[in-house]
Design a protein around this ligand. Structure first.
Ligand SMILES: *Cc1c(COP(=O)(O)O)cnc(C)c1O
Length: 403
């Protein structure tokens, strides 16, 4: 009796070439087969001219990388398994023992905790700077500063910094900047072209733009992925070497999920934005609320910088935070969050479900910089794709319970 396994593995049938459909195919591989030894020896994984190993690219991952590069206004892009992995890959690639990295005081929290733990352990120091005060950043830039992180708006507290000015200060000194562009999603502004640092200086931009594709590009709350976009070829190759050596692979099915969602990204982003703005404006009128932090609302910190960069009719994602009146205790704000029905309690954002998280701000901020001045408790809202009127009714009933 012949075993069938060989026939099943090495079957002579080959589907006809030339298949085409709206969605790129899902290729999944660790092993990629070379036609002969010469091709194996001549492998080149650097320039997307061929395939070597699943970790270094498939037609599916290359397709998403090219689309994200287009979205960000970049030339090159690398995919990594999460937004945080994108941050880590940039740090690992550019920083060596004795170097210093600067982070905005309102940076995405895990960016800071990576600096406080692994980077510190490897002899890399960090400082936090006040992102709303370019003079503060300028004072901290020194001979050991190798990388400066930028983020707009700040995580949780939503201050919109003068990005062009911050990027310009670094570029003048030849210091690399990396922008976390998760909020802007490549739509609200171009991270590589931030306008003028000031009225005497040329156009400024970040050198590296990362994004948590987990958020708006995925749009489903069911995929983790990150991207690292660059315009500079040498910088891209440096990051790609690190990416290869660390082994940051992404799965073909996850990439397909993002490719499917990407076509509707601009429409979803607009819908999240419109609903969030209407709820944010309504919340401004409520007596329980001391302040709504949303960069597109006048009076919100950095509103003028948002307007300068994103335009008078600019876009603004679906996120905002609310500072409750200081008469409410953290326990009362927790109870308010628990009372919400449509807004669910959970981290991350960008999916169809609206989310809320209360934060303990004083413990997240540098005491030295004193960038958080409010006394009331803060809750961060991520507006999903539900009907805005239903979300407003939900907020209304939970606020009534707050008293
Ligand atoms: C969510 C987020 C990240 C990290 O993304 P993950 O895919 O969850 O690791 C990074 N930066 C910002 C601003 C984020 O909101």
């Amino acid at each position: 009796m012949t075993l069938k396994s060989t026939d099943l593995i090495h079957h002579p049938y080959k589907p006809p070439a030339g298949f085409d459909s709206p969605q790129p195919g899902v290729y999944k591989a660790s092993t990629i087969i070379f036609p002969n030894v010469a091709a194996l020896r001549a492998r080149d994984w650097k320039h997307k001219t061929g395939y070597t190993y699943g970790l270094h690219g498939t037609p599916t991952t290359f397709a998403l990388e090219e689309r994200i590069a287009t979205l960000e206004g970049a030339k090159h892009c690398l995919l990594v398994p999460s937004g945080l992995a994108a941050i880590a890959c940039v740090d690992f690639s550019l920083l060596s023992s004795g170097d210093e990295v600067l982070l905005p005081d309102n940076a995405y929290g895990p960016n800071r905790t990576l600096a406080e733990n692994e980077l510190r352990q490897w002899g890399i120091t960090h400082q936090r700077y006040d992102p709303m005060d370019p003079a503060d950043l300028e004072r901290r830039l020194g001979p050991r500063t190798r990388l400066v992180w930028l983020e707009a708006p700040g995580s949780v507290t939503m201050e919109f910094p003068p990005l062009a000015h911050l990027a310009h200060l670094c570029r003048q000194r030849g210091i690399t900047t990396a922008l976390d562009n998760t909020w802007g999603a490549g739509l609200a502004f171009n991270g590589f072209d931030l306008g003028r640092g000031d009225r005497f200086t040329p156009t400024s931009g970040a050198d590296i733009v990362v994004q948590a594709l987990t958020k708006y590009p995925s749009g489903g709350g069911d995929v983790l992925m990150g991207s690292i976009a660059t315009r500079d070829e040498a910088l891209h190759v440096r990051l790609k070497f690190t990416h290869m050596r660390i082994g940051f692979g992404v799965g073909g099915n996850d990439v397909e999920a993002v490719l499917r969602s990407l076509a509707s990204l601009p429409l979803r982003y607009q819908a999240h934005d419109a609903a969030a703005r209407s709820l944010a404006r309504w919340l401004q009128q409520q007596p329980q609320v001391a302040q709504v932090l949303h960069p597109a609302l006048e009076g919100s910190p950095g509103h003028e910088h948002w307007r300068a960069l994103c335009g008078d009719d600019g876009q603004a994602a679906g996120l905002f935070s609310v500072v409750f009146h200081e008469r409410y205790s953290p326990a009362q704000v927790d109870a308010f969050c628990d009372a919400l029905q449509l807004f669910r309690i959970g981290y991350s954002w960008g999916g169809p479900v609206s989310l809320v998280v209360p934060y303990d701000l004083p413990s997240m901020r540098s005491a030295e910089l004193g960038t958080w001045k409010h006394r009331g408790v803060l809750a961060r809202f991520s507006v999903g794709l539900e009907h805005a009127a239903d979300l407003q009714a939900d907020l209304e009933q939970a606020l009534a319970a707050l008293g």
